[in-house]
Design a binder for this molecule. Structure first.
Ligand SMILES: Cc1cc2nc3c(=O)[nH]c(=O)nc-3n(C[C@H](O)[C@H](O)[C@H](O)COP(=O)(O)O)c2cc1C
Length: 614
């Protein structure tokens, strides 16, 4: 089975959410706000002059703080102007010119929208945008090669299965499946036949089936429910436009905002009136009186200049009669809230499994490359159960446990009420637990800890009374430490530290520990005996060193201290530790072991554990 990387891994974002580039309705402010909320913010370049584009790119490059962002270009083939067609177009607009007192002779001609070109590539190259998306196909292979040379990921829209296959053959990194519900221009480029165009939920699964690159659903994606539906149909991510149009960070005009918030937004249609290309907008006077599709408009983008003065005149009077009121079919979720809030509400629909895969892949990547992993809002919203699933997934991705899943330490002070409790794996000394190191790795650090499972929530008066079982926990920490990756803070939620851990000691019922007093805990001695393949033996010893103990707290106060600490760190949302939680007591002893070693780990008064490092 082929492995499709999570879209987030491909794009470098925390969330599989792309803010649709929307020429004329937004600039860098919206894009940056979405980037900061964990999505991929997009800067639309199509309607910008070279100077304006340079200025916006400079803002993106300076303020994106290392987060990935997208710049979007049109890739249409400019049509050859046909003077007779232009004249017929203007004749059909003549009554409206007269009504608004516009002299047709004063209207300039011009394309209005320029496709991506060598000049634009020269302009953009110094800013090295991490992602470049195209609408209306792709630029020439030579131009595309220039974009790739910056290291940018390339996306483009497909409106049919044929277009998706064509884009895949050109080597795009991901395909945006643009359904018929979508606001703005149809991105079609292999056909102009509108009868080929499908709704998002008909198009998306067909494209997903046909291609092997990740598919991003666009069109009618406005809230968590539609995001969830897109993922259910195989989307690797979503691209939402209309949902962001009322955000304060967007530059949507006043007449456009008013239309989106009115009853009129329920009625959208495709029209060629405003640019010559078929695009979806809220039905307005021009569409009603001139015919949304059945009109004289020249080919895209040549129709733009003749209607522009009518738009300006009507807008001056506060009306959107000639304004392209681009909107998708579902503007019902459009709210005047921040882009971060829109992004957050869309993120609620991303399935937990996708979030887990996404975060696990980026953590594993950070681990492999030694790069810093930036926690984002998407991370802090994870439940503890999801965090542990991520831990398992990271360990799997890194090959920590190639022989299959084992009992995980679900420990520390995180609220794990929603997480499955780990199976405690008995390991009598006669049967060593085999610990298989990943290929190419011959040594590893292990950490021995005591772990308690709580029989009841601790109470201040007698915290030790809550301990139900005690066992030895041995954690494999070397893969990170050996590679010099420090700063485990980012990993906190996945575990109290950095470890893939196993509870491998035999669980001891509390009854066996009536003699186990708080001061035993403080003074508890641990030993790790390592016997190498050559028979040489090294014995390491250590004692309790939990920070609570080191900072002078009496052991009796340690459990409540852990609970308070967990609350302060935001690692548990409820009252703290409760029955069933596992608590590890901090590092007791860390030792480097090698492939072939036989390792005995023990604490005074507890049965030991034997590990075979293979
Ligand atoms: C106001 C507006 C402007 C748009 N401009 C662009 C654009 O410049 N480039 C582009 O690739 N897509 C553009 N689109 C289309 C979007 O990329 C996307 O397909 C669409 O917004 C998705 O449907 P939705 O609006 O229902 O979310 C625009 C859409 C809107 C609503």
């Amino acid at each position: 089975m082929s492995f499709t990387p999570a879209l987030t891994h491909l794009l470098g974002t925390a969330l599989p959410i792309v803010q649709a580039p929307m020429a004329g309705a937004q600039g860098s402010a919206l894009a940056l706000a979405v980037c900061q909320a964990g999505g991929l913010g997009s800067l639309p370049a199509a309607a910008l002059s070279p100077d304006a584009l340079r200025a916006e790119l400079a803002v993106m490059a300076a303020q994106s703080q290392g987060l990935p962002w997208n710049v979007n270009f049109f890739a249409h083939v400019p049509p050859v102007p046909v003077p007779e067609q232009e004249a017929a177009w203007r004749r059909s607009l003549a009554p409206f010119y007269a009504e608004h007192g516009i002299d047709p002779a004063s209207i300039t001609t011009g394309p209005g929208r320029s496709p991506f070109s060598d000049e634009l590539a020269d302009l953009v190259a110094p800013f090295r945008p991490p992602v470049v998306s195209f609408h209306f196909g792709l630029p020439s292979p030579a131009l595309l090669a220039r974009v790739r040379a910056w290291g940018a990921k390339v996306l483009s829209s497909a409106t049919t299965v044929e277009e998706a296959l064509w884009l895949q053959a050109q080597g795009v990194d991901a395909i945006i499946a643009q359904g018929l519900e979508a606001g703005g221009h149809r991105g079609f480029f292999l056909t102009r036949d509108l009868s080929t165009q499908m709704g998002t939920f008909a198009l998306l699964p067909q494209i997903v089936q046909a291609v092997s690159v990740p598919v991003i659903a666009a069109g009618g994606i406005v809230d968590a429910h539609s995001v969830a539906a897109a993922f259910a149909l195989g989307a690797a991510g979503v691209q939402a436009g209309t949902a962001y149009l009322l955000c304060p960070e967007a530059t949507t005009s006043a007449v456009h905002r008013a239309a989106l918030q009115s009853e009129a937004a329920r009625h959208t249609a495709l029209t060629t009136l405003f640019t010559g290309g078929a695009a979806r907008g809220i039905v307005n006077r021009a569409m009603r009186e001139l015919g949304a599709l059945d009109n004289q408009a020249p080919a895209f983008p040549l129709a733009t200049s003749a209607i522009a003065p009518l738009r300006a005149a009507a807008e001056r009077a506060g009306r959107g009669d000639f304004t392209p009121l681009w909107s998708g079919q579902n503007a019902s979720a459009c709210r005047a809230v921040s882009a971060a809030e829109v992004t957050r509400s869309l993120a609620q629909g991303v399935p937990a499994s996708t979030r887990i895969t996404a975060i696990a892949q980026s953590l594993a990547h950070a681990h492999r490359t030694g790069s810093t992993w930036q926690p984002t809002e998407g991370w802090t919203e994870l439940s503890a159960a999801e965090a542990y699933a991520i831990q398992a997934s990271v360990a799997k991705a890194l090959g920590w446990f190639p022989d299959g899943p084992r009992a995980w330490k679900v420990g520390g002070t995180t609220d794990i009420s929603a997480a499955p409790l780990p199976e405690v794996r008995p390991s009598p000394a006669s049967q060593p637990v085999t610990w298989v190191l990943p290929a190419g790795q011959d040594e590893v650090l292990i950490e021995a800890e005591l772990a308690f499972r709580l029989a009841s929530a601790p109470n201040e008066a007698d915290p030790m009374a809550c301990i139900g079982t005690v066992c030895v926990s041995v954690e494999l920490i070397g893969t990170r430490l050996a590679e010099g990756l420090s700063a485990p803070a980012n990993w906190k939620l996945a575990d109290q530290g950095v470890h893939a851990g196993l509870l491998i000691g035999e669980a001891q019922p509390a009854a066996r520990f009536t003699a186990f007093t708080p001061s035993d805990w403080q003074a508890q001695a641990c030993h790790i005996r390592v016997q190498g393949p050559d028979g040489a033996v090294a014995v390491h010893e250590g004692r309790g060193s939990h920070p609570a103990i080191l900072s002078g707290l009496q052991p009796l106060g340690t459990l409540p201290w852990l609970a308070r600490h967990a609350r302060a760190q935001g690692q548990c949302q409820n009252s703290g530790l409760r029955s069933g939680d596992l608590v590890t007591t901090g590092a007791w002893l860390v030792v480097k072991v090698r492939r072939g070693d036989l390792v005995d780990v023990g604490f005074d008064g507890l049965p030991g554990v034997r590990l075979c490092i293979a």
